[in-house]
Design a protein around this ligand. Structure first.
Ligand code: BES
Ligand code: MN
Ligand code: ZN
Length: 498
């Protein structure tokens, strides 16, 4: 999909389809007002006759309206003018693209970015067009053998803005939105794959393919013997039960001065979490193929950042393996020595995410990072705490937590701060090792993050628990690609702030 900012506040462009917004109560948006005049009052009449109410998300398609420059018109309901904010704007955009894709139009001009949207400047308004359009047009690379439905013809989207200054801002917004879109798509593609395809080895190959496509990424894929040489005892313990060998993947992108401290993004890459010897119950176990979503999203974020050529140094670290039961699998009560030297008593083999991440966090120290952020589908407890709407955010650094939280708000990919601390670490006491890998049911998301914090001392570190947000279940089953938008926004903002 191609996006382009154009100056056209009056709906004069002769595209395949003009997408214009109408508020409730017959209150016309910027472009709709001009269009209504060109059409002799048609839009107002449609509203008066009760054919189009302007309720948020409502759509009315007019194939060929005499008097209009565009071949087709799509009226989009915006709800009330006073209530028109980020959420409503994005809803209006997704209704637009879903309806547009059903028409025969191969190009269209979207006039919705001309509206005032609370808290969104022109750049963000344009960025949302590209992001929402890409996200809504995403198709799961399924293995259905039936004939695939025809792809929509839509290939080029103009975004109308008022003047030359706005064109500049919108062009940058569209560039960012499209990059987020392709990062999201990569991340969703990887997470949606079946676990017999998306193995640790496969993820390694995809990371290598990424640096083929973008030579500015240097990728290193380490195998089991290299991981052994690093003394990642906790990571190796998780991998032991599987026939699939583990991989430690490191992708480096140096967009800034060579010696500038990088941001490290760490992804949990459990390509299937059976629970190991502490085997999970069968219901929804299939969804544990999504347990590599953290890995998928840090790779997706890397892709977006490199596409944007962002002047920042970024290191992505993915620890990936399966968590399986077998004669060789790690057992409850086994004690392992982590790369940091701390010993861990593994009381529950299903709390495997923190075991692979603690070694990845220790490994990240060699990059002398400015900040380390791990992304993981870490705990069911986080879903109980926050539901499926908001990711958990824990950090040992107030400023970093604030940056991530506001990035989530701006990117419509929210995270909510949850606590870590000594009280939670106390729940992880072991009589036999430095620390146990589980701390009881109470505050499960916080004990998991507090476990990680023991390996992040003196680092500026944050943890995103995306167990509830990384995928949807039920009829909508599939990866969401979250938190790619949050991560990209955070990184862009880091560059602006420095
Ligand atoms: N990958 C799971 C967490 C998870 C569960 C994510 C359900 C999304 C949906 C993680 O490895 C896990 O199994 N965590 C356990 C930890 C417990 C044993 C302390 C959990 O949350 O039940
Ligand atoms: Mn588990
Ligand atoms: Zn897991």
């Amino acid at each position: 999909m191609e996006f382009k900012a154009i100056i056209d506040a009056k709906a004069r462009n002769d595209s395949g389809c003009a997408v214009v917004g109408v508020y409730e109560d017959g209150d016309l948006g910027v472009a709709a007002r001009h269009l209504d005049a060109q059409l002799g009052g048609l839009i107002r009449k449609l509203h008066e006759d009760g054919d189009f109410s302007g309720k948020l998300g409502d759509v009315l398609f007019l194939p060929s309206a005499t008097g209009a420059a565009a071949a087709r018109l799509l009226l989009i309901g915006l709800g009330t003018r006073s209530g028109f904010g980020r959420k409503q704007y994005r809803k209006a955009l997704s209704s637009s693209v879903l309806s547009l894709a059903k028409t025969g139009a191969s190009d269209a001009v979207v006039y919705l970015a001309l509206e005032q949207v609370a808290d969104l400047d022109v750049q963000y308004r344009a960025r949302n067009v590209a992001e929402v359009f890409c996200a809504q047009l995403y198709k799961i690379p399924d293995l259905k053998t039936s004939v695939k439905p025809k792809a929509p013809r839509l290939s080029s989207i103009g975004v109308a803005v008022a003047d030359a200054r706005a064109v500049k801002a919108a062009t940058e917004g569209l560039r960012i939105g499209a990059a987020v879109g392709s990062g999201l798509a990569l991340s969703r593609d990887l997470a949606n794959l079946p676990p017999n395809v998306c193995t640790p080895t496969y993820l390694g190959h995809r990371a290598q393919a990424l640096s083929k496509d973008f030579p500015s990424i240097k990728t290193k894929v380490m195998d089991e013997s290299a991981i052994k040489a690093l003394k990642m005892g906790a990571f190796l313990a998780v991998a032991k039960g599987s026939d699939q060998p583990p991989r430690l993947i490191v992708c480096e992108y140096r967009g800034a001065k060579k010696n500038a401290a990088p941001i490290c993004l760490i992804g949990k890459g459990i390509t299937f979490d059976s629970g190991g010897i502490s085997l999970k119950d069968p219901p929804a176990m299939d969804e544990m193929k999504f347990d590599m979503s953290g890995a998928a999203t840090v790779l997706g974020a890397m892709r977006a950042i490199v596409e944007l050529k962002l002047p920042i140094n970024l290191v992505v670290i993915v620890a990936t393996c399966e968590n399986m039961p077998s004669g060789g699998a790690v057992k409850p009560a086994d004690i392992v020595t982590t790369m940091s030297g701390q010993t861990v008593e593994i009381l529950n083999t299903d709390a495997e995410g923190r075991l692979i991440l603690c070694d990845a966090i220790t490994y990240s120290r060699r990059f002398k990072p400015a900040a380390v952020i791990d992304v993981a589908t870490l705990t069911g407890a986080c879903i109980i705490a926050l539901g499926n709407h908001i990711s958990g955010l824990m950090s040992n650094n107030e400023a970093l937590a604030d940056e991530l939280q506001s990035a989530g708000v701006r990117a419509d990919d929210r995270a909510w701060r949850l606590p870590i601390g000594e009280e939670y670490v106390d729940q992880l006491k072991s009589n036999f090792a430095d620390i146990a890998n589980v701390g009881g049911r109470e505050g499960g998301a916080c004990t998991a993050a507090s476990f990680l914090s023991k390996f992040a001392k003196d680092l500026q570190w944050a943890h995103l628990d995306v167990a509830g947000t990384a995928w949807l279940g039920g009829a909508q089953k599939g990866s969401t690609g979250r938190p790619v938008p949050l991560l990209v926004d955070f990184l862009i903002n880091r560059v602006r702030a420095t």
